[in-house]
Design a protein around this ligand. Sequence first.
Ligand code: ZN
Length: 247
Amino acid sequence: MNAIRQISTRRLSRFVQKSILPTPSETIITFGFDDCPLSVVETALPMLEAEDWRATIYVACGLCETTNHLGLHMSLDDVVEVHKRGHEIADHTFSHLNAMGVDAETYMADINLNLQTLRALGLPPTRHFAYPYGEVSPSIKKALRNRFETLRGVISPNNQTQDANLLNAVRLYDDKTIESALMHIETANNTPQWLHFFTHDVRENPSEYGCTPENFQRVVEAVKASGLKVMTVDQAYRHIEEEGSHL
Ligand SMILES: [Zn+2]
């Protein structure tokens, strides 16, 4: 697929196969970690646990125990351990597949392999998915919408609505994104919404897709000071659906 076509496919994906969620009566904050680097288990999750909060980890099992620009990734045993600590394990394909350039069938087969691997570990079936690289095509969005309750992208929200088939997410990467995240928390204080933060590695000298422990802690402190509710993605989704059914 050429670059121009790829950009238009990505843009188009935002406007088709939508499933707009009701706006919650009070802001809900969720934390997502993608892939998932061991530094998250060792550094970021304990910061959330200290506040009695739990996160959603979008695991691509094929990355387990490998090392890349995000550092060493957690093992399958770590995935089980993280689940036992109360965090939610969600899907992110097995091979960390890019939706651009593969057909829906290949993409689904890779997802099924990840789901089978998670099931073999004794984990409950997940209802939530994040697109690797945030890449999605209209056909894949359509194929996945009946398979999962939420499908998460990497685009920052510009209003309070959330499309369950392409959830907005606020990056926790470099200093600039952290400042933006703090502004999102301030806005969310007055405007009810589902605000989802996500990152990758959390360590000193992080990759460009991760953040430092100090910056992560700044976000934790801001959320704590706001008094806003923190949930896992599945809890947030169920809460919003439940509220919506009473409207
Ligand atoms: Zn990823």
